[in-house]
Design a protein around this ligand. Structure first.
Ligand code: GLV
Ligand code: MN
Ligand code: MN
Length: 426
């Protein structure tokens, strides 16, 4: 075999996942809650940093809050190969989304270290900060910053449900938002990135294939729609004199579902994930409703056109009902096409390890999507039980994770050799 790497240890992987799962907001009973740019997220980064130091890595945190651990390369002056994912979660998450990729990085470092594996390029193991869009609406903040897609000025407008801006949240954990440009990655220093992640869909499980090699990553357009009607007494106001913002919002939810489900939108996913009705009293007709809309697509034109169509048709619907509609763009990320040559390295490694794989798109956003703007990036998916994610029921077996980690650890070594011979690829 071309890529001799001793195998990943499933029990150790499961134990690390358990350690991270314990770092959850107290009182948040179901699942794991460890939001972006909180003290708990920092604690998880400290656990990662401690383990990586034990494997002989040099560890630092950048101005975006990303933790980077480096294992020295054999040859001086070469750019780094990298792997990793994120340690923050959505509210009431499972224990795998993002964490699996960080644990995969830890296990890869352990395999290299305990087997004395020497690679020419430095290997960097990265825990990205603030990947989830759940708190601030925008996904992948840590990896957007290193890719130059999010700049200091962008950190003031995006706020969480309590009105805390990204910049304030960063400051509260000791980061300096005005200095984030210092975190930028340069292709002189970084050569290629491969992220392992749980699939968050049911394609691998239902087809009985243990590994996915990702070709496309969906983009997302996120909007806040505000419907303004007239709050009034539920007993005193006859049905024909109402301007019920929630009834209009209910129609908008169904409109969005039907647009995404029509024949022009095969593959588009559009969701109202949150809906806040005010004043929120059983005896008052809702006067105002906020709908948070998330549109995902691998087709960037269709993604933006869908957003436009939703607004136009919701306006017509609101006019018919005598309520007003306003819209605000919360975040917008383009889909990514990952480089074929890197995909072929990962697919070739699967073949060498005798691990069946399939090429597949990603419905979710990922740090690799952002990093691919700076350096060539690839992704390895492992099966998700019943395709469930962003839920306490999210599950992937430790054996499947170990198989994915074997592919990751060997793929990075294959890249190490390939880029020595063909540095122009990176
Ligand atoms: C990231 O988890 C996403 O929402 O796609
Ligand atoms: Mn994730
Ligand atoms: Mn997620």
């Amino acid at each position: 075999m071309n890529v001799p790497v001793s195998r990943a240890d499933a029990a150790r992987v499961a134990a690390w996942l358990e350690d991270f799962a314990r770092l959850s907001e107290p009182g948040s009973s179901e699942g794991v809650t460890r939001l972006a740019y909180t003290a708990l997220e920092r604690k998880a980064h400290d656990v990662f940093a401690g383990a990586m130091r034990e494997f002989g890595c040099t560890v630092w945190t950048d101005q975006a809050g990303n933790t980077i651990a480096e294992r020295q390369g054999r040859e001086a002056g070469l750019p780094a190969l990298a792997t990793g994912s994120h340690l923050d979660t959505v509210p009431h998450a499972g224990r795998f989304d993002g964490i699996a990729g960080v644990v995969a990085a830890m296990e890869t470092a352990r395999i290299y270290s305990e087997n004395g594996i020497r690679h020419a390029h430095p290997m960097r193991f990265v825990a990205f900060a603030a990947e989830e869009g759940a708190r601030f609406g925008q996904a992948c903040t840590g990896s957007r910053i290193v890719s130059g897609l999010t700049r200091p000025d962008d950190l003031y407008g995006k706020r969480d449900a309590d009105g805390v801006s990204l910049a304030e949240a960063m400051r509260s954990i000791g980061l300096d938002p005005s200095a984030v440009a210092e975190a930028r990655w340069s292709p002189d220093e970084w050569a290629a990135f491969v992220e392992l992640h749980v699939e968050q869909g049911a394609v691998l499980e239902s087809s009985g294939v243990p590994v996915g090699v990702v070709d496309l990553i969906s983009g997302s357009t996120r909007m806040l729609l505000k419907v303004t009607g007239r709050a009034s007494h539920t007993g005193g106001t006859p049905m024909h004199l109402r301007a019920d913002a929630l009834a209009a919002a209910a129609e908008i939810v169904l409109l969005i579902e039907s647009i995404a489900g029509d024949f022009r939108h095969r593959g588009t996913r559009a969701t109202v994930g949150r809906l806040d009705a005010a004043p929120g009293s059983i005896t008052t007709i809702p006067g105002q409703v906020r709908l948070y809309v998330d549109i995902r697509d691998v087709d960037s034109d269709r993604q933006r056109a869908t957003a436009g169509e939703i607004i136009a048709r919701a306006e017509t619907l609101c006019a018919r009902r005598g309520v007003r509609l306003s819209s605000r763009l919360l975040a917008d990320t383009s889909p990514a096409v990952l480089p074929a040559w890197l995909r072929e390295v990962v697919a070739g490694t699967c073949a060498e390890l005798d691990v069946p794989h399939r090429i597949m798109p990603s419905g979710a956003s990922h740090d690799a999507q952002m990093i691919n703007n700076v350096i060539p990036s690839g992704m390895i998916f492992v099966p998700s039980r019943d395709g469930i994610s962003h839920s306490p029921e999210e599950w992937s077996s430790a054996d499947d994770l170990a198989t994915g980690i074997d592919v990751l650890a060997a793929s990075l070594l294959a890249l190490d050799r390939l880029l020595l011979d063909s540095p122009e690829l990176a």
